[in-house]
Design a binder for this molecule. Structure first.
Ligand SMILES: *Cc1c(COP(=O)(O)O)cnc(C)c1O
Length: 419
């Protein structure tokens, strides 16, 4: 990795942490990363996040800080804001949320009182913890109710969603998921929200890069608030963002992020976000987003041929859910054996799940990271065949070690960071 030079100090002062970073670099280089929510940032983003901007306190916002010495920090944060607004054609952006979860928390607290009702997609159908799960702040601060996928086609069903809204009368409805392989119809959510006087939040944590790359429709014209992470398909540093269009809403968000729920912003991360947004504004990012989808479609085709079942039968976006419930393999076992073969995936519930969330009947696969690595359709065909072989021969250790060697060979042809 390009960063190795700059880690000479670390090697001297803390050989233990240095060692584990080396091990993790090796793991990232030698394995095929198919976790749908992960990606590889550019070396420029890494350098920025590792810079001495981390030394600076900057509570407040550009031009209105509670600390002196912020004039260069202000330039960085303003660039992040301006680039992000341009990227998503939004009127307002807050780039300070430490993560996607903090972004959602700020929206809830900007608009709701503790105990108000929110409605998101059921976690086991692809929703996120912060959309009302009882083990998360969203579930213990707010009354949460859920809509579900139509179990016949495993897709969003707007009649069902509207019935649920009529019955439950939530104050806020959330669209945007962690494990939904199909395009989201934001306009239909807006129409339901308007008919029933409900606030509409979209959480585009997973698909932000696809929207920025114009291969998924944008929620910005429809939603009251848009939250996202910056580290998934958007390929920036680990963090969150919030977008909206109305000045009154922007004001509420700013004060909820700081001083509401956060203290000093992570300005080294915010500068890293600015670099990533700059990258996403280039024409090459559109090509990247297109290739993510082509790659996912290639996995879909091979899985079809191999008779592996997929939730909704396939994908429109960057991810696929293999449904193993017709086989003698759980998601947990599949995840473990694929890892042995050098393919990193995660176990995942499927709609109508019968097993516990620690076991599950599915695995989730995504193409953003492999696409960053430069892999295309040809490599996807090979990878899909390996996955099918592991799943169909889950106890065949010899086959799994052979695949592991082939995986390493493929990885060596696609070096993660040059030089
Ligand atoms: C990943 C994700 C988040 C949370 O992001 P963190 O940065 O891990 O807090 C929120 N919403 C959705 C839909 C996600 O997929």
């Amino acid at each position: 990795m390009e960063k190795q030079n700059s880690q000479k100090n670390l090697q001297k002062t803390d050989p233990e942490i240095f060692h584990w970073i080396q091990q993790e670099s090796q793991r990232q280089k030698e394995g095929l990363e198919l976790i749908a929510s992960e990606n590889y940032t550019s070396p420029a983003v890494c350098e920025t996040q590792g810079s001495l901007l981390t030394n600076k306190y900057a509570e407040g916002y550009p031009g209105k800080r509670y600390y002196g010495g912020c004039k260069y920090i202000d330039e960085c944060e303003n660039l992040a804001i301006e680039r992000l607004k341009k990227l998503f054609k939004a009127n307002f952006a807050n780039v300070q949320p430490h993560s996607g979860s903090q972004a959602n928390m700020a929206v809830f607290l900007a608009e709701l009182k503790v105990g108000d009702k929110i409605m998101g997609l059921d976690l086991s159908h692809g929703g996120h913890l912060t959309h009302g799960s009882p083990v998360n702040f969203s579930g213990f601060l707010f009354e949460s109710v859920f809509y579900r996928l139509n179990l016949k086609n495993q897709r969003l069903d707007f009649n069902q969603i509207e019935d649920q809204v009529k019955k439950e009368k939530p104050k806020l409805i959330i669209a945007g998921y962690s494990a939904y392989p199909r395009e989201i119809d934001f306009k239909s959510f807006r129409e339901i929200s308007d008919r029933h006087g409900v606030l509409f939040l979209t959480d585009i944590a997973h698909i932000a890069g696809l929207i920025a790359g114009e291969v998924h429709s944008s929620p910005v014209p429809y939603a009251d608030y848009i939250t996202s992470t910056t580290h998934k398909t958007l390929r920036g540093p680990r963090g969150g963002i919030i977008l909206c269009n109305e000045p009154a809403k922007a004001k509420k968000i700013n004060s909820k992020i700081f001083p509401g729920i956060q203290g000093g912003p992570l300005e080294h991360v915010i500068a890293g976000k600015a670099v990533a947004f700059g990258e996403a504004l280039r024409p090459s990012f559109k090509k990247y987003a297109k290739q993510i989808i082509k790659n996912a479609k290639t996995l879909e085709q091979i899985f079809h041929k191999e008779n592996l079942q997929m939730v909704t039968g396939g994908t429109d976006n960057h991810l696929l859910l293999l449904d193993l419930s017709d086989r003698d393999v759980t998601g947990k076992t599949a995840e473990a054996m694929l890892e042995k073969a050098g393919l990193t995936v995660n176990k995942n519930t499927v709609p109508g799940e019968k097993l516990s969330p620690f076991v599950t009947s599915g695995i989730r696969l995504g193409t953003p990271a492999l696409t960053t690595r430069g892999m295309k359709e040809q490599e996807m065909e090979q990878i899909a065949l390996w996955i099918a072989q592991v799943i169909k021969n889950i106890e065949n250790e010899a086959l799994i070690s052979k695949i592991r060697k082939d995986v390493q060979e493929l990885c060596s042809q696609f070096p993660l960071y040059q030089g």
